[in-house]
Design a binder for this molecule. Structure first.
Ligand SMILES: C[S@@+](CC[C@H](N)C(=O)[O-])C[C@H]1O[C@@H](n2cnc3c(N)ncnc32)[C@H](O)[C@@H]1O
Length: 220
């Protein structure tokens, strides 16, 4: 599915979020910078590379920078942007890396797409070094009044329509909405992360809960 929409992904991502996705990634990286992260970074489910690109802009040079994604099409789009990172086609549920080798794992809008969130969290935990950070930016199952209204009433009126118009893949944008409804709530996600050894360092709503920024830390 991501291969099919890869060429229009960035355009639709920015348009459907009214360009707010850019500001959300910026905020994540500024907040992470305050925590003085190490220099080995993996952008997991990194797609066309916007998160790792933002990371480089705010946090600067890295010792190791890897862009990992399932979709060859998405990685090919990232390559065209000349980002200083190494693209690797991989499965976030079973990564081809040893333990404790990254200081930061970014995951922008990817957790929701994994067939098993807990396995995804365990894998991120495994590859992180002790004290390393997992930064999650995603849409969670709506709970407050605003995001419930937005995702249940408003978004279905325009997201599949615009997605179909610009990418010709209506099903991908219907999937986007159903994946949000079917995903965990923020609270359930944080409980799951804590049950798998992470400490919650930061949890902040973006634009009244349309998305959330979460920073988790692997125990020292
Ligand atoms: C919504 S896009 C997010 C892209 C990017 N991180 C961003 O901030 O825009 C989700 C990405 O997750 C990738 N993905 C889905 N399942 C995956 C898996 N099991 N392993 C690796 N990548 C996966 C998709 O190929 C897609 O590029």
């Amino acid at each position: 599915m991501f291969d099919d929409i890869s060429l229009r992904y960035d355009f639709l991502n920015h348009t459907l979020s009214c360009f707010r996705d850019i500001s959300w990634r910026n905020s994540c990286c500024k907040e992470l910078k305050q925590l003085n992260p190490g220099k080995r970074v993996l952008d997991l489910c990194g797609g066309t590379g916007d998160f790792i690109n933002t990371y480089h802009k705010h946090i600067g040079q890295t010792e190791k920078s890897i862009l990992g994604d399932f979709s060859f099409g998405m990685l090919s789009c990232a390559k065209k942007k000349n980002i200083q990172t190494t693209p690797i086609q991989l499965d976030a549920m079973k990564m081809p890396f040893g333990e404790n080798i990254f200081d930061v794992v970014l995951n922008g809008f990817g957790m929701r797409n994994l067939p098993d969130t807990e396995i995804g969290l365990k894998e991120a935990y495994r590859v992180l070094s002790p004290g390393g950070f997992l930064v999650v930016l995603d849409f969670f199952s709506p709970r407050n009044k605003f995001n419930t209204f937005f995702y249940k009433r408003l978004a279905p009126l325009f997201i599949p329509f615009l997605g179909a118009f610009f990418s010709k893949k209506r099903s991908a944008y219907e999937y986007l909405l159903s994946s949000i409804q079917n995903f965990l709530t923020v609270k359930n996600f944080l409980d799951l992360a804590e049950n798998n050894g992470f400490k919650v360092v930061l949890e902040k709503p973006c634009d009244f809960g349309i998305a959330y920024r979460i920073i988790l830390q692997k125990e020292l």
